[in-house]
Design a protein around this ligand. Structure first.
Ligand code: ACO
Length: 428
């Protein structure tokens, strides 16, 4: 293969170098395009063909359905690792030794409290506030209680900021849910694992001990791992671009949470459940909704289907589907929603419209069913996604700062009015 691409404008040829990734992906390096062509830019709304950075964190091949964190397959990690091991791997690049993992968790636990004044902020939110809005605000508010900015050249400062947010974030997640349910805001227990603590902080009732269920611990561990990173998606890019102005870690994460909220991204898991509920309430006629999804005049989309990058089965969806069966089986739950989901999946996989467009179930299609079986309210689903994605966002932010990436500042092609003289009010 040649090592350059050639762009020809008005008969003038401009050579652009090609660069190759470790998985043989090819990129045209257009860094010198404007200067060599006298101002031409590329245009790619939604960045479907544009790489924003070089990254060594996550590899995914949407055609083949491959997802790997730092070289390790998602299937192996979901089967064999703990969420904290995966968090360490994503952020620091290697799986931790036993000693490193112990220290990592001890340091995280030492920060697993938030300033009591945070409760006043939570109190100020109306009960109807969406938990994602609350979580984004609380994450941003942490800056007020931990004001020191991170000197990213200082490894210790960087490390401290990371363990701080990994410690505090689950508390904010649990409190966001408990406040909505009118339950007292509690802390975890240093004798429990990270995932066990999340479950306890979310579900412990005020007058009884919380009994851990190994099936739920395993399912939540898997869900968090599966959501932990997904390279340059909408929220990760938001975190990177926010941090590229040298805004701090916590506010960059808060921006990522807001980006995740939308129904075309992390909000899809809530949208899936709401859609399944609506189909069930409407008599469970999946064919009717398949027809709506295919009708270009109808804005309805089959939520949980399709993916910007996967044009094959989302490998995470396979793992989650199995976990959903285990959780429902263990808890003895017969969920009619699951029948609607299975019916839709079967029809979509056989339908020409979906086959032609390579629309397969994505990670969110089944995650909501597990969360629901666990007793997590629908509005909290995307918050759980954020909890899983936290290490990925941190890793993306850290990588961007360590690589000294320039401030993110896209160009545009201006298509508005050309110069026109100002008209005074009486002339308009
Ligand atoms: N239902 C029906 N038709 C769909 C769906 C769907 N869920 N998704 C895509 N299509 C159709 C589009 O209408 C379009 O058809 P056309 O070529 O005839 O115009 C074609 O498939 C391509 O769709 P795009 O929107 O161009 O694909 P894109 O890559 O931009 O969007 C997205 C991907 C946003 C995920 C889309 O598939 C979607 O909206 N899915 C439903 C929402 C969802 O599940 N989001 C979660 C994604 S996973 C995550 O964020 C963790």
């Amino acid at each position: 293969m040649s090592d350059k691409a050639i762009v020809e404008i008005d008969g003038n040829k401009h050579e652009l170098p090609l660069i190759k990734g470790t998985e043989n992906e090819v990129a045209i390096d257009i860094k010198a395009l404007r200067s060599s062509t006298g101002g031409a830019i590329t245009i790619d709304p939604g960045y479907k063909n544009t790489g924003s950075c070089e990254s060594a964190i996550t590899f995914l091949d949407g055609e083949k359905g491959i997802l790997r964190y730092r070289g390790y397959s998602i299937e192996e990690l979901a089967e064999k690792a703990s969420f904290l091991e995966v968090a360490y791997l994503l952020i620091f690049g290697e799986l931790p030794t036993g000693e490193e993992l112990d220290k990592f968790y001890t340091d995280i636990k030492s920060h697993a409290v938030v300033d009591e004044d945070v409760k006043k902020i939570i109190d100020a939110f109306p009960k109807a506030a969406h938990p994602m809005g609350v979580l984004s605000s609380l994450t941003s508010a942490l800056t007020a209680f931990n004001p020191s900015t991170v000197d990213v050249r200082n490894n210790d400062e960087m490390y401290n900021a990371i363990v701080k947010i990994l410690g505090k974030f689950p508390v904010l997640v649990a409190w966001t849910m408990r406040k909505k349910q009118g339950l007292p805001l509690i802390y975890g227990d240093d004798n429990l694992s990270y995932v066990e603590n999340v479950l306890k902080m979310m579900f412990k009732s005020p007058n009884s001990e919380y009994e851990q269920n190994p099936v739920l611990i395993d399912a939540l561990n898997k869900l968090l791992i599966l959501h932990a990173d997904h390279e340059q998606n909408c929220s990760a890019s938001t975190v990177r671009i926010t941090g590229s102005s040298h805004a701090g870690l916590f506010v960059s994460l808060s921006a990522g949470i807001s980006a995740l909220w939308g129904p075309l991204h992390g909000g899809a898991n809530q949208a899936v459940l709401e859609m399944l509920e609506a189909i069930k309430e409407d008599g469970g006629d999946t064919k009717k909704y398949m027809a709506k999804a295919k009708d270009k005049e109808d804005p309805f989309r089959l939520m949980g289907f399709g993916h910007r990058v996967y044009k094959n089965f989302d490998p995470r969806a396979r793992i989650i589907k199995k976990a959903a069966d285990e959780v429902l089986g263990d808890l003895g739950i017969e969920d009619p929603i699951l029948d609607v989901a299975k019916g839709l999946e079967k029809e979509a996989l056989e339908d020409q419209y979906f086959v032609d467009r390579k629309l397969y179930p994505n990670v969110d299609f089944y995650s909501g069913i597990i969360y629901r079986a666990m007793g997590i309210p629908v509005e909290m689903f995307t918050v759980m996604f954020a909890l899983g994605r936290l290490p990925g966002w941190i890793a993306q932010w850290r990588e961007m700062r360590l690589r000294k990436e320039p401030i993110g500042r896209p160009r545009q092609l201006y298509v508005g009015e050309t110069y026109r003289p100002f008209k005074s009010l009486s002339e308009r």
